[in-house]
Design a protein around this ligand. Structure first.
Ligand SMILES: [Zn+2]
Length: 412
């Protein structure tokens, strides 16, 4: 009798449910607890909610519960099926678990907490659950979270692409920059990918968007222009992406110059790649001297590098007008550098200048959601455990969606 009372308390079992048997098996490391409804108990019909009598029972089902000390603990029950004269025979839901789950809500919540801390495989090792069961918990948590989430347009939005796997596979990710949450993940990075996100909202809702940070990527621009009112004033090209354009150009200049120099047995540029790509301030202490020796040399690469470093200044302006003036001077310098890659990068930036300058009004970048980027990086590292894109997307929602993931008993 004592274990029955103990488990009634531990499991939070309330009338009409009763614990009828507890079996402890130290050899198998498990506790089994049988639960059944009190005789004559009535339940609400799943359809009309009227209290109706029990008609029969399902086969016995088993749910894994939180462990009892070192013992795995399982709840057994045959769930009653009610009979309503209007709606016929209906199965009632157990008060301790979600429909179709083999775990009690408390255990499922524990798995969710553990999934937040490590990957699916780690969870299976800690809890001795199977991969599929554990994955199912994550997937259901996401579905639950998404269905509870209020539909709302972020005021400050970030649109970013993430490559996945080894091939040229991408996901487009829409973030709420204020809340630091991923709002939407969709396959590919085409115009229609982003449009599927916008299409969920009305024109009035999309008017609420203040600004959208994104790469200078035509499909995203086109999607945004065709859906978001006043997109011209709201698109803010990501400054890090803009910087990358120039940095890549520096790298191109270095590579071709190195080729030319090496042919003449001049190896000054060997092993210097990162010296030119880093911000000057980030050149590590132990390479400063080496860098000082070449950065002022009469090299095309050092000229390209100086132009890149000068473009960095652009972002430090407080006023749009001053920034624009600075850009024009920089542009003149860059386009007269006789460095093909630098000229091309400068021209790209010029084409997009209007929405580079919106930065000085809104001051947003995709790095605002820094937490998200590092979490997604972590998800990618764990991605070997994800068998496909759907898994990867679910993991992003799970870790970055800001969703209410936990199962709760429905309060009718
Ligand atoms: Zn009914």
């Amino acid at each position: 009798m004592e274990d029955i009372q103990l488990y009634t308390m531990l499991l939070g079992i309330k009338y009409p449910w009763l614990v009828t048997k507890v079996q402890v098996d130290m050899a198998l490391n498990r506790v089994d607890v049988w639960v059944q409804e009190a005789e004559g108990a009535r339940f609400s019909c799943a359809v009309c909610r009227q209290e109706v009598p029990v008609h029969d029972h399902t086969e016995e089902q088993v749910w894994r519960h939180l462990d009892t000390c070192q013992l795995q603990t399982f709840v057994h029950a045959r769930l009653p099926r009610t009979k309503c004269h209007k709606d016929g025979v209906k199965q009632i839901l157990s008060p301790w678990a979600e429909p179709r789950s083999q775990f009690t809500r408390l255990f499922e919540s524990r798995l969710i907490n553990t999934l937040k801390e490590c990957d699916v495989t780690g969870v299976t090792r800690l809890w001795e659950t199977s991969w599929d069961e554990t994955w199912g918990v994550m997937q259901r948590a996401v579905t639950r979270g998404l269905s509870r989430k209020k539909k709302r347009v972020p005021q400050y939005m970030g649109v970013d692409e993430k490559s996945i796997g080894k091939g040229q596979n991408y996901e487009s990710i829409v973030c709420d920059l204020d809340r630091g949450t991923v709002e939407y993940v969709v396959d590919n990075r085409e115009q229609k990918s982003l449009e599927t996100y916008y299409r969920q909202f009305s024109q009035e809702e999309l008017e609420q968007v203040e600004a959208i940070a994104m790469d200078m990527w035509d499909p995203y621009i086109a999607a945004t222009k065709s859906y978001v009112p006043d997109a011209d004033k709201k698109i803010v090209f990501d400054r890090y992406h803009a910087m990358t354009q120039v940095t890549k150009a520096v790298d191109n200049v270095r590579r071709s110059e190195h080729k030319v120099l090496s042919a003449r047995e001049d190896f000054r540029l060997k092993g210097t790649r990162y010296l030119w790509l880093w911000n000057e301030a980030n050149v590590p202490e132990w390479r400063r001297e080496e860098f000082a020796g070449i950065k002022d040399a009469k090299l095309k690469t050092s000229r390209a590098w100086a132009i890149k470093e000068a473009f960095r200044e652009f972002w430090s302006y407080s006023y749009r007008k001053c920034a624009e003036k600075y850009f024009r001077a920089w542009y003149f310098w860059a386009t007269h550098s006789r460095l093909t890659a630098i000229i091309a990068a400068a021209k790209t930036l010029k084409v997009h200048l209007t929405n580079l300058l919106t930065y000085f009004k809104h001051r947003i970048t995709n790095a605002t959601s820094e937490g998200i980027n590092s979490k997604i990086q972590m998800i990618k590292l764990m991605a070997c455990g994800y068998r496909n894109r759907e898994h990867y997307k679910a993991a992003i929602y799970f870790h970055c969606g800001g969703l209410d993931l936990y199962p709760r008993a429905e309060t009718a």
